[in-house]
Design a protein around this ligand. Structure first.
Ligand code: FES
Length: 184
């Protein structure tokens, strides 16, 4: 099942469901829709470094359906959480041996293949890539696309084309339940 989208005006498009506006209740943060405009604002709200060092974020993944992504916040950073489809997982593992700037297998980037969890900050100059919404461009490899300078990430969040030097970072996280994770 794929997620759906809304127009820039917020007016629903046909087929839109309320899952587009899913908010996950977590112990420390609320989910936010990450945009380039939001990022500087979020960054200014960062707590002091000593507070950040201690913080972790717990996220209930169960409301996220297959093919859907949400964005949480951990230590002031957007974290992309995607419940991947079988096709996305298959594509990611098939490409394990492909030539790429920062070679890494898909298995090295996930604890459970279904769940891809990454810091949503482009490793080039720090923009927030597009691809969280169904209507977003997802680049040439079906994952995420950073429009700032044209970096394309695949369905494992690996950089495949463009100036970004590294894959999207996988943060430290632990499954504390079947579908609950603690990031940090
Ligand atoms: S910041 Fe993403 S391509 Fe430059």
């Amino acid at each position: 099942m794929t997620d759906t989208a809304s127009t820039a005006s917020g007016k629903p498009e046909e087929g839109e469901s309320r899952r587009d506006f899913l908010l996950l209740a977590t112990s420390t943060v609320g989910a936010v829709g990450a945009t380039l405009a939001v990022w500087p604002f979020v960054d200014q709200m960062n707590p002091a470094a000593d507070t950040m060092a201690l913080s972790s974020t717990e996220v209930d993944l169960s409301p996220i359906e297959e093919g859907q992504s949400i964005t949480a916040v951990w230590r002031g950073k957007p974290v992309f959480l995607r419940r991947r489809t079988a096709a996305e997982i298959e594509q990611a593992t098939k490409d394990d041996s492909a030539s790429m700037p920062d070679p890494q297998t898909d298995a090295a980037r996930v604890q459970k293949p279904e769940w891809l969890i990454m810091v949503g900050i482009c490793t080039h100059l720090g923009c927030i890539p597009l691809g969280q919404k169904a209507s977003d461009p997802k680049g040439e490899f079906g994952g995420w696309f950073c429009p700032c300078h044209g970096s394309h990430y695949d369905t494992s969040g690996r950089i495949r084309k463009g100036p970004a030097p590294k894959n999207l970072l996988v943060p430290p996280y632990t499954f504390v339940g079947d579908e609950t994770i603690r990031i940090g």
